[in-house]
Design a protein around this ligand. Sequence first.
Ligand SMILES: CC(C)(COP(=O)(O)OP(=O)(O)OC[C@H]1O[C@@H](n2cnc3c(N)ncnc32)[C@H](O)[C@@H]1OP(=O)(O)O)[C@@H](O)C(=O)NCCC(=O)NCCS
Length: 147
Amino acid sequence: MEDIVIKQTDANSPEYEQVWQLREEILRKPIGLSLKDEDLGDDAKDIIVIALHNNKVIGCLMLHPKDEEIIKLRQMAVYDDWQGKGVGAKLMNAAEHVAAIHGYNKIVLHARVTAKDFYSKLGYRITSDVFTEVGIDHVVMEKTLNP
Ligand SMILES: CC(C)(COP(=O)(O)OP(=O)(O)OC[C@H]1O[C@@H](n2cnc3c(N)ncnc32)[C@H](O)[C@@H]1OP(=O)(O)O)[C@@H](O)C(=O)NCCC(=O)NCCS
């Protein structure tokens, strides 16, 4: 794991194309959808956190400001080969650090029900009933960040 680099970036970076590919492969293709059919206008406003191995993006998440205090975490994905090796937890850790540095005190997210226990282990709590988004079950989760 020592050869994994976690980095903050954005939609204007050279890595954005790889982030797009990762999201397409892990978050859209398995449910029969494509990012090509979505309005990705929000991407330009987001902080993107990536995990790199040999300069290749292997994991990502995006942070979208909601208001002065709350930032929404979205598009959390790790390539299949790298799942279960701590990359996701590292990304979440970095996201919380970045959010706190920028003055946000709460992270909210829409968790796929299949991933909710991943977030629970990291201190996120469920704050909604199950709802459907991109055709699959989700719950809202949140975590208050320590000042
Ligand atoms: C969910 C995902 C981001 C987690 O990333 P990861 O790198 O595999 O997670 P980690 O290896 O850092 O796991 C951290 C802990 O969470 C657990 N965990 C990981 N994914 C889990 C899941 N789907 N359900 C329950 N626990 C999970 C791990 O077992 C590990 O537990 P431990 O600390 O007791 O060992 C990744 O598996 C993924 O991209 N999945 C497909 C896309 C997806 O569902 N994204 C989330 C959309 S809301």
